[in-house]
Design a protein around this ligand. Structure first.
Ligand SMILES: C[S@@+](CC[C@H](N)C(=O)[O-])C[C@H]1O[C@@H](n2cnc3c(N)ncnc32)[C@H](O)[C@@H]1O
Length: 341
């Protein structure tokens, strides 16, 4: 790893800074050693890649997923992906380039790829960046990360490349560290999808872009014979498109289905909290009030007769129901105070 990369990393547990111990350096890069947090938690650097996956902290689901990807990293995974594109009669190059287009990267962007696998999108992301750009390639599986690093070394790209092994649910980066986050192919296996979406969003800056894609037969194909054929071959296709787990700060959300309409691609920009609302803008209609009064000012219901009477009284006085009720409640509630000497 680059010695300078340490300042971009954080302890995934505490968010605290890290320092390198026991470093072995070759050709200007740290090839082994450990990253140690302020609280003493130590993470090994193996073959130049820091590993933040303390196996005791991984969920059972993550441990199983990692074991599976460790098994298939050398050869089997790439053969399966080739088969998949061929089976759907899709051109992988066109499909993946179109996905990367959706990030609208500038050459100097700082980009994180989560679950980079053997690097089939990583090379395309890297080619969009210039010497001033940064691409951090992250994966849960050390074997997948190693295959990816070999592929990237063969490519000879010009941007800065960093690597880490960690869980997508606990990324080793500070808030808003990246301009864009790209993830394709592992999301359905994250176990806690809401937490995964929140974590990918946490590390992108406000105004930055997040892309998440994985298997899910498009909603209009669910239940069809086509659906039964593909989900019988790979049960992961039966996943639902996880629009409901996006964080409240997601803006300009788009969702498309690609590769035989069997993979979703969700893209959104990171805003600041939920969309803005003017809670105090008066409603123009006969009920009156504001969004704040209608939501935060709700009181108990009254009898149906009393409700009709309130509507009639408000109309007689030319007031909105809100204005009439607000005055009546205030008057009644403070009548005792006024009658005091
Ligand atoms: C199907 S592969 C996709 C690889 C690559 N993005 C591609 O499109 O070929 C899924 C990848 O996500 C990784 N992955 C799965 N669960 C993960 C998690 N919880 N955190 C980080 N990576 C994870 C796997 O190790 C694997 O490399």
């Amino acid at each position: 790893m680059r010695p300078e990369a340490v300042s971009l990393l954080r302890c995934p547990r505490t968010g605290g800074h890290l320092r390198v111990t026991d470093r072995v350096v070759a050709e200007g890069r740290i090839v082994s050693g450990a990253l140690v947090s302020e609280s003493g938690q130590s993470y090994p650097i193996r073959n130049g890649i820091p590993d933040f996956t303390d196996s005791t902290a991984l969920t059972d689901h993550e441990r199983q997923t990692r074991t599976e990807y460790e098994r298939v990293a050398e050869g089997i995974y790439d053969t399966a992906v080739d088969w998949q594109f061929a089976a759907f009669q899709e051109d992988e190059h066109t499909v993946r380039e179109a996905m990367v287009d959706l990030l609208c990267l500038t050459p100097s962007a700082r980009v994180l790829e989560v679950g980079s696998g053997t690097g089939r999108d990583s090379v395309r992301l890297a080619r969009r960046l210039g010497a001033e750009g940064l691409l951090h390639l992250q994966d849960l599986s050390p074997a997948m990360a190693a295959v990816c690093a070999r592929r990237m070394a063969r490519e000879g790209v010009s941007c800065t490349l960093d690597y880490s092994v960690s869980s997508a649910l606990e990324l080793p980066f500070p808030d808003e560290a990246f301009d864009a986050v790209f993830h394709f192919g592992g999301f359905n296996q994250f176990g806690d999808l809401r937490r995964g979406a929140a974590e990918l969003t946490r590390v992108v800056r406000r105004g930055g872009r997040v892309l998440i894609g994985d298997e899910a037969v498009a909603p209009w194909l669910k239940g069809s014979e086509f659906d039964h054929v593909v989900t019988t071959n790979n049960p992961l296709f039966s996943a639902d498109t996880p629009l409901d787990v996006l964080p409240a700060c997601a803006r300009d959300v788009t969702c498309r289905w690609i590769i035989g309409n069997c993979f979703y691609v969700i893209v959104f920009d990171r805003g600041d909290g939920p969309p803005p609302l003017d809670l105090d803008l008066p409603h123009q209609g006969w009920r009156g009030g504001t969004m704040r009064s209608r939501y935060y000012g709700r009181l108990e219901g009254v009898t149906v007769d009393a409700k009709a009477l309130a509507h009639e009284a408000a109309a007689r006085e030319g007031l909105s129901v809100h204005a009439w009720l607000d005055r009546v409640v205030r008057d009644a509630a403070t009548a005792g105070d006024r009658s005091k000497p």
